[in-house]
Design a protein around this ligand. Sequence first.
Ligand code: PBG
Length: 339
Amino acid sequence: MSSRGFEQGGRSARPSAVVRPRRFRRTAALRDWVAETDLESHRMVLPLFVRPGDGGPTPVPSCPGVARYPLGRLRALGRSLASEGVRSVLLFGVARTKDAEGSDAWSDTGLVPEAVRALKKGAPELVVATDVCLCAYTTHGHCGVVKDGDVENDASVERLQRVALAHARAGADVVAPSAMMDGQVGAIRHALDDAGFEGTGVLAYSTKHASAFYGPFREIEGSSPEFGDRAGYQMDPRNAREALREMALDAAEGADILMVKPALTSLDLLARARERFDLPLAAYQVSGEYATIHAAAARGIVDLERAARETLVAIRRAGADLIVTYFARDAVRWLREDR
Ligand code: PBG
């Protein structure tokens, strides 16, 4: 053989390559030695849906393993999650009552505040973040206050401040505004500080696309918009520079953590954000991403654990410090079984 890269040596032709990446692919231990990305339990955030009442969890057909948990079970659930090694959750309430303003969202005795208190009783160490939005609480299903068919930005921000305060008063460690209203992060930061909650963190859904992958979530929450869509406030998936601008705004407004969402459709944004910002980054692997992997696995197209882990690794490799994922509970178990 005399093609370029090979030379004659001794009696047999041999490749002259001295750089051989395959050397460290020979065994699992060698691969681990040079692995650049690790999955760790403490990186996983489990989304949790709480509904009123008692009884058993209500399963969600499109999302195996996901359920709406009755408030009465939250304390025990917190205890189980902590004992399994789940370190953090992101809480969503399935509204008790809906009105045009979404006022149940800022009730101090609402589902999310009650759930925060119950979880903290069951598992004081569990990091509890709460989603701050109105869509599950408004009759029209939009993320803010509607006037003349339009979602009013500043009036909505004022409502979101109330929601964040109710969650902080209940003891949430972190509030996560997801309504995509302009100025929501700064307004919430100020409201928290004015009320003495300087220690409550803000996880900003900075780059939340108007995505086709939120379908199962809206079914769980009953939060589909009654008219129109969310394209007037959520981001256009075509825009990356605008996504970075949204992140810069949230950083300037005092966000502690910046999040992109969905995850797999935003890996480029994560990678670019990792270079541009010093803040911790999070990615939300949303309901439709989870349901899609499950559906493919159920049809034998992919192996569930391998496919899920590959996506989680990719999200970490792209630059996420934290991953909000419905696989969190499974992932924590898989990681434990690795050892
Ligand atoms: C609320 C909110 C949504 C999600 C998180 N917070 C839905 C939406 O914007 O319609 C989606 C999460 C998921 O699909 O898992 N605004």
